[in-house]
Design a protein around this ligand. Sequence first.
Ligand SMILES: [Zn+2]
Length: 143
Amino acid sequence: MLLGAVFGYHIQNIFLAIILAILCHYFLDLFPHVEYNIDNITSGNWKKSLPDFLKVFLDFGIGILFIFLFSKNQPMIYICSLIAIVPDGFTLISYASKNKWLAKHDHIHGGIIHYLTKQKKFPLFWRIFTQVSSVIICLLWLR
Ligand SMILES: [Zn+2]
């Protein structure tokens, strides 16, 4: 969300900003990072999924709060920040639907692009470092 917001702020061409906002999601997913557990959602265990959805919405809310606090709050900043999380939205929807296109997207997004994140050999320090440094760089870039 934060890198999408950066593109929404700095790229004047709206079409290019939207494309970069989507692509930046996949780019940042390439780096090993920490992901919280949403197994109840991924397995379709909807009766127990409320805590998982709360984590997702808390994550979303913190992203929006950071953008609100650190950016100039122009509409394009928020539009591109939301566009940047569309790939994760596709993945969430793919768990609830049996759509073939979304399943293929999930295979590429969750399986191939998240390959390094799924490798347990990366120390926790580096997984957290990639996220913290990304957040700090984006917040500095938003100012
Ligand atoms: Zn993702």
